[in-house]
Design a binder for this molecule. Structure first.
Ligand SMILES: C[S@@+](CC[C@H](N)C(=O)[O-])C[C@H]1O[C@@H](n2cnc3c(N)ncnc32)[C@H](O)[C@@H]1O
Length: 217
């Protein structure tokens, strides 16, 4: 996330029109976008829990609150009144299967104005190997310790099924535990590039870790 905070603003430096953010989550990137572009921002987020934190974050800055519209839908249902200059998608693309990606590229193409750009983060990853649950991070919140652990359950082709276990501990005793299993899709960068070209996007230079694709003018 710190890398995105540095990589994204220069890629938006000349944007004056509207921006769509797909999968805005709790709004960390939404806030960053709104601080670096002068126009409207549409933050697309299907999860009620995420949106609650997102809207709460926006209310801390009245100027940002005025310019950010939160769309309570998934990427494939996104509709805006006018074509936008940029679409930003940070740490979201892995939620889409190959078939859903084909639909996603069509929708994003429809949102962008001629010459508009699509920005997302992506890196090729080492093949996932199923393994044991491992603690990935732990944070002190008052007298409690919040802990997140992760485990690869299965890997097949570009798809990886993982379990994340969220625990709260009080004096070393677990007082809350939630397991969330999900499947993510990690195509090679070459595969994505072929899909995007097929969908009518043109590649633009981008720093390591980021992808920039444009609609023809
Ligand atoms: C890992 S979070 C990233 C959040 C935010 N972009 C960030 O970097 O802080 C992924 C987000 O994508 C959202 N998401 C999942 N499927 C989606 C879909 N089909 N359309 C739009 N957003 C989706 C999830 O609800 C979640 O908020």
């Amino acid at each position: 996330m710190p890398a995105i905070r540095e990589l994204l603003p220069p890629l938006l430096a000349d944007v004056r029109g509207a921006v769509v953010e797909i999968g805005a989550g709790t709004g960390l990137i939404t806030e960053l976008i709104a601080r670096h572009v002068p126009g409207e921002v549409y933050a697309v987020e299907p999860s009620l829990g995420m949106r609650s934190v997102l809207v709460s974050r926006l209310t801390t800055d009245p100027e940002v609150l005025r310019r950010v519209t939160v769309l309570p839908c998934g990427a494939l249902e996104t509709e805006v009144d006018e074509p936008v200059e940029a679409v930003v998608m940070i740490s979201v693309l892995q939620s889409f299967t190959a078939a859903e990606r084909a639909a996603l590229w069509r929708v994003l193409r429809g949102l962008l104005e001629p010459g508009g750009r699509l920005l997302f983060n992506w890196r090729d990853r080492a093949p996932a190997v199923p393994g044991d649950l491992q603690v990935m991070g732990s944070y002190q919140v008052g007298r409690h310790t919040y802990e997140v652990a992760g485990q690869v359950l299965a890997a097949e082709g570009e798809s990886v099924t993982s379990r994340f276990r969220y625990r709260i501990l009080q004096r070393g005793v677990v007082i809350s535990q939630d397991d969330v299993d999900g499947t993510a899709h990690w195509p090679a960068t070459d595969v994505l590039a072929a899909e995007l070209k097929e969908a009518g996007f043109e590649p633009d230079p981008a720093p390591e870790g980021m992808q920039v694709w444009r609609m023809p003018k």
